[in-house]
Write a protein that binds this ligand. Structure first.
Ligand code: NAP
Length: 494
């Protein structure tokens, strides 16, 4: 890993180009991505696409769609499995890019890249399943079939917080289904997008099957979403942007002959319930890892701990002791449990929320910036937070945990559900009846018992949220590929 870090650092400051219809394009305006541990260091220089280039990208993908959609599924699947192999071979290098561009610690980077590989392997096999005969009833005297066809041009807009895994999953699911893609990476992590484009090309995806369009979402986003030739939008990011995309996509444009499909996975305010019958040490470790892993910048991060009053004080005591011992510093040093938050805007917003939280409750750990040149924030725990408080309701997206006291298990479940979000949640209890109650009443897309609420595994924990957390697409599950396909029913009289 140290060698990979050195190798990646030696490539800092390189300039990357857009790729549109197989052509490399440079723009006047650039985006500089920086290492959030050392913001003076420029990781990569990228083109900032114009609205006109965004239009050209959709049109280029529209032209190539007929050809790509006719490539046999087996060939597309083979290319995707090769991409998985390349990622596996370049794993430490990708880990290092994530350490430097996203501020992930070694272990968090490793999990992100591994998930990206899993998505490739999983969607490749899912596509083989969907390419085979589907189980429709055979009427007497007929041959009845159901086949899946790709949709067309997809606009893929990932966030920075899983800059490889989510970008890879959304892109390859669309491509292996036979769609063409305009990929617009997050402006915080464009180098990782550019590096993955190299992988796709090496794996044999044709140059024209996807465009790499770096650029500001606020400049090119609307054009990509509104273009009449855009068939679907696959988005993961904030609630605000997701809702805007959903609204714009709903309005047909002149020349548009379909209803656009929107897959939008958005924010969370994820609770962990700690029952009086829980193994308290296990609960403390689970809450700590869920709240502060990757600095709390996961959509699945625990940002609310809801704790039974019988164990509330003891839980807080044990948690605060461990949180105060967390080391924060540059992500490339494996001694640090937490690295920086992603950028200066995030740092300011999180610090503002910490001040709000101090008014709304009682600070028990952390409470402000940590030392160093990077965007470092101390892991922060604020207790006695009432359910109407802003830090109980609003997504902070940083290392800030609100702790709330519950009267009993029933009250705890009600508090857990008191949110417009519904992405992940967990319950710590040894009581089987309470587990069954929570299974029925805890309203969340991904529910876990006696383990942390982050770290969903592809195939085992299909991922996606309820309510304002999104369209519940269940990435890494058997329903996901269908979002990028349309079914055609065929009946032949014999
Ligand atoms: P974001 O600000 O919404 O940005 C996400 C993507 O949207 C970026 O590529 C961004 O580009 C682009 N964008 C910005 N404005 C746009 C517009 N008007 N039209 C189209 N695209 C636009 O979110 P983020 O800060 O990257 O990510 C954090 C959020 O993602 C959190 O809310 C988190 O909970 C959520 N998230 C959810 C899941 C899930 O599975 N539910 C997973 C991960 C993250 P620029 O970078 O150029 O602005």
């Amino acid at each position: 890993m140290e060698r990979a870090c050195a190798q990646v650092r030696s490539q800092f400051g390189r300039e990357y180009e857009l790729s549109i219809g197989g052509e490399r394009v440079r723009c006047e305006r650039k985006i500089e991505s920086r290492d959030p541990s050392r913001p003076r260091e420029i990781v990569g220089v990228h083109q900032s696409a114009t609205p006109e280039l965004a239009r050209q990208a959709v049109e280029a993908e529209f032209s190539f769609f007929p050809e790509w959609s006719r490539v046999p599924v087996a060939e597309r699947v083979a290319a995707l499995l090769r991409a998985a192999g390349i990622l596996r071979r370049r794993k430490l290098e990708f880990d290092a890019w994530l350490v430097y561009e996203a501020g992930k610690t070694w272990i968090e980077a490793e999990a992100d890249v591994s998930e990206g590989i899993d998505f490739c392997e999983y969607y490749a096999r899912e596509m083989l399943r969907l390419d085979g005969p589907q189980p429709v009833v055979q009427l007497p005297g007929e041959r009845d079939e159901l086949v899946y066809l790709p949709l067309g041009v997809g606009v893929v807009i990932p966030p920075w917080n899983f800059p490889l895994a989510i970008l890879v999953g959304m892109t390859v699911a669309a491509l292996v289904a036979g769609n063409t893609v305009v990929l617009k990476p997050s402006s915080d992590t464009p180098t990782i997008g550019a590096k993955f484009a190299e992988v796709l090309r090496e794996a044999g995806f044709p140059e024209c099957s996807f465009c790499l369009l770096t650029g500001s979402g606020s400049v090119v986003g609307d054009v990509l979403v509104q273009h009449p030739k855009t068939r679907f939008i696959s988005f993961t990011g904030s609630k605000e942007v997701g809702l805007r995309i959903n609204e714009l996509a709903a309005k047909p444009q002149p020349g548009q002959i379909w209803i656009k499909r929107v897959v939008a996975e958005m924010g969370g305010k994820d609770p962990i319930v700690v029952d009086r019958e829980a193994d308290l040490d296990r609960a403390v470790d689970g809450v700590l890892a869920s709240a502060f892993g990757y600095q709390g910048q996961k959509c699945s991060a625990c940002s609310r701990a809801i704790v039974d009053e019988a164990v509330y004080d003891e839980f807080l005591l044990r948690l605060a002791r461990k949180v105060e011992a967390i080391r924060v510093g540059p992500a490339d040093s494996p001694d640090n449990y937490m690295g920086p938050v992603i950028n200066e805007g995030a740092r300011r917003s999180i610090l503002k929320y910490i001040e709000i939280g101090k008014q709304e409750g009682r600070l028990v750990a952390g409470g402000g910036a940590a030392e160093g040149d990077g965007y470092f924030i101390r892991p922060t725990v604020i207790a006695d937070i009432p359910p109407e408080a802003r830090i109980f309701q609003e997504e902070v997206f940083g290392p800030v945990l609100a702790v709330t006291k519950a009267r009993d298990f029933d009250d705890a479940l009600k508090l857990a559900n008191r949110s417009e979000y519904g992405l992940t949640g967990a319950v710590y209890t040894s009581n089987r009846e309470k587990i069954e109650q929570a299974k029925a009443r805890f309203f969340t897309g991904n529910l876990y018992f006696n383990r942390k609420c982050t770290g969903a595994m592809v195939g085992a924990h299909p991922f996606g949220g309820f309510n304002m957390s999104g369209t519940d697409s269940k990435a890494g599950g058997p329903d996901y590929m269908l979002l990028f396909l349309q079914a055609k029913s065929i009946a032949e009289k014999l």
